[in-house]
Design a protein around this ligand. Sequence first.
Ligand code: NAD
Ligand code: UDX
Length: 388
Amino acid sequence: MAAARVDLDGRPIRPMTICMIGAGGFIGSHLCEKLLMETPHKILALDVYNDKIKHLLEPDSLHWSDRIQFHRLNIKHDSRLEGLIRMADLTINLAAICTPADYNTRPLDTIYSNFIDALPVVKYCSENNKRLIHFSTCEVYGKTIGSFLPKESPLRQDPSYYVLKEDDSPCIFGPIEKQRWSYACAKQLIERLIYAEGAENGLEFTIVRPFNWIGPRMDFIPGIDGPSEGVPRVLACFSNNLLRREPLKLVDGGQSQRTFVYIKDAIEAVMLMIENPARANGQIFNVGNPHNEVTVRQLAEMMTEVYLKVSGEPPIESPTIDVSSKEFYGEGYDDSDKRIPDMTIINRQLGWNPKTSLWDLLESTLTYQHRTYADAVRKAMANPIPSS
Ligand SMILES: NC(=O)c1ccc[n+]([C@@H]2O[C@H](COP(=O)([O-])OP(=O)(O)OC[C@H]3O[C@@H](n4cnc5c(N)ncnc54)[C@H](O)[C@@H]3O)[C@@H](O)[C@H]2O)c1
Ligand SMILES: O=c1ccn([C@@H]2O[C@H](COP(=O)(O)OP(=O)(O)O[C@H]3OC[C@@H](O)[C@H](O)[C@H]3O)[C@@H](O)[C@H]2O)c(=O)[nH]1
């Protein structure tokens, strides 16, 4: 079955070894699952944690157990990193601090994680002639040009003022004191460094810019499988509110717009990059779903409706509440206004298109959240003081 695999140009795909850094995270766990279940490739999985891939590592009797090896390490300081990159044909770097609540409150950790810690990975790939797929972000675009136009300007409706194109759109960040942009800026600089390694030293690279990939296993539910005071990304924040039957918090009125793509669709795009190096090398790819655009307020309303359906619970009196960004994230927060990915390049190079509607992806994701967490949340709420 695996031997019959061919790439987009009809050439057989040879089994490869992949060094996946950050394999224990949300995207890494889905990518490992897909690679093990549907390909013959081997994975060297590197991360500080492995809770989200435990089901792939244990028991030893799983039929792919000889194709995945977990190495618990922190890439900040571990001499095994270069050896592992050398053992692999391809390195995929997912490791990062990537939750907005950290960007303005832990800007140094954010910059180190997204720039400094990624440097050795790029250097080892370049020096050892290894291919690199690096995970950047849609946040490198920052704000849209349209956001600077007067509110009533008809140009705001013109896609050339808001659709984000890899080879055309500028990167527009706020002032330095808005530390929110520490993440986007660090990601932009590592992109430029990788691009320069390609241009000057021949590094074979692909840069991925995810546009709000969401699905099961994203982040954590505060107080259940993560810190009680922790602030995850919006899917987990709203899931937590729904599970606890409390109002969903809309930051600054929930007017920002996002496009959400289902993790399983997005993983298909990464698989195409992995298995079609001739089409993916030297490229920067937007990966998102331009058809799934909502304001954060609309997302809250849709998640509430879907959750009531999958949980069978009755509605609460006030389903949402407004909070200021200062109250929610603290000083130095700022926001991207709108994020619609242009899909021309990924379509042309890999023929990829997202499939899943926002309603459908929320239905499967919230079914997972309800099954995984509802009992634990109920118990935690009934017994809020830990019993030593
Ligand atoms: N999920 C999205 O929609 C999205 C959007 C834009 C960009 N991205 C990028 O994609 C990548 C993966 O994102 P994710 O959503 O899976 O996040 P995640 O936080 O779930 O995964 C990141 C993983 O990297 C690991 N890691 C971090 N620092 C490490 C270190 N020093 N050594 C070893 N492991 C380390 C973490 O333990 C974690 O398991 C990140 O680079 C992120 O910036 C994701
Ligand atoms: O409880 C909440 C949480 C979040 N929000 C809002 O929801 C929107 C989306 O928030 P997310 O936490 O998903 O983060 P963002 O979309 O701003 O950034 C993300 O984008 C791409 C990646 O690089 C990162 O995963 C992250 O930076 C923001 O406008 C935020 O202010 C709420 O209104 N309420």
